[in-house]
Design a protein. Structure first.
Length: 313
């Protein structure tokens, strides 16, 4: 079964399409692997995650729209001392760069991690990733630019506490338009109570040298390991660098499946009404409250180490 999943992942990656690089980092609430390659194999199970984001949910006349897809696969190898994974992402949304280009990217990435255990729930993980990205450029000379990227990450774990440091996407060459390679620090703690209730809380700090530092905060309350209710304040943004306030709900469906939904309450959309329809001789542009709807599904398999029986918050 695991071999079939691996073949499926490789096939899917061969069809990877357009995506904003930073958009991949924004989906870390449901896909932490996107933020730190050291997460690959950290849960001790074979894990396949898919995320679909759409805005608005139902298309309306004159309103812009976007649909995005994200995919991750990871698993432990070498008796759980190593981990491997893949990332793929696809979005139809582009964004304006300071030099005038409109840019998005086509890319995929492979990840590898190494674990060192110190007993009693203490572990250090180091990870790296390498990828390739194609950036379509509109309104400038040429149609696209192709570049490679690499990333690194460290993860410290002690019982219910984790602390991560990462720089997931460093460009291998200078691009014609402005490009940044943020660094991230993520801290998280799981407060466990009786009857399967638990509160997962944490923070993510994004640092861009010479530009800014942003801080995210989040909490997810799990009720009897049946339902998880989360609130994510993302200064790092949900789209186009804007802050996001995401409400989420998650539910396990047996031991193998978990599904979830999230919505950005601060999201906006642009409506453009042609002349005449807007009541004037000129077209009008207005903003409408419309955040991304996010749906995720995760499928997990045991590797023979019994980790599948453990609940993952």
């Amino acid at each position: 079964m695991s071999n079939r999943i691996l073949v499926f992942c490789v096939c899917l990656l061969s069809f990877t399409a357009v995506a904003q690089q930073e958009a991949l980092r924004m989906v870390y609430p449901f896909m932490p692997l996107s933020l730190n390659p050291a997460e690959a194999g950290a849960n001790g199970v074979i894990s396949v995650t898919g995320i679909y984001r759409k805005k608005p949910l139902i298309q309306q006349f004159g309103m812009s729209s976007s649909s995005q897809q994200y995919f991750s696969f990871d698993r432990p190898i070498k008796n759980n001392s190593w981990g491997m994974g893949f990332l793929a992402y696809n979005t139809d949304q582009a964004y304006a760069m300071p030099l005038g280009g409109i840019v998005s990217n086509l890319g995929l990435a492979g990840l590898l991690s190494k674990s060192i255990s110190f007993g009693r729930g203490r572990e250090i993980r180091a990870g790296g990733q390498i990828g390739i990205n194609q950036y379509p450029v509109i309104g400038r000379s040429g149609t696209s630019e192709l570049t490679g990227s690499y990333g690194w990450g460290f993860l410290l774990k002690k019982d219910e506490f984790t602390l991560g440091f990462s720089q997931p996407a460093v460009q291998m060459q200078e691009m014609n338009w402005r490009s940044t390679s943020p660094m991230y620090i993520k801290g998280q703690y799981i407060f466990k109570a009786t009857s399967g209730n638990a509160l997962k809380s944490g923070s993510v700090i994004r640092f861009i040298k010479g530009l800014d530092t942003q801080i995210d905060l989040y909490s997810v309350f799990w009720w009897q390991e049946r339902l998880g209710f989360g609130l994510w304040w993302q200064n790092t943004g949900s789209e186009l660098g804007n802050p996001a306030l995401i409400g989420s709900v998650e539910a396990p469906l047996g031991k193998n499946f978990k599904v979830g939904y999230g919505y950005d309450f601060l999201g906006e959309n642009v409506s453009t009404l042609p002349a005449g329809i807007s009541g004037s001789a000129n077209s009008s542009i207005s903003t409408t409250a419309s955040g991304f709807h996010q749906i995720f599904i995760r499928y997990e398999l045991d590797t023979g180490n019994g980790k599948l029986a453990e609940f993952r918050h």
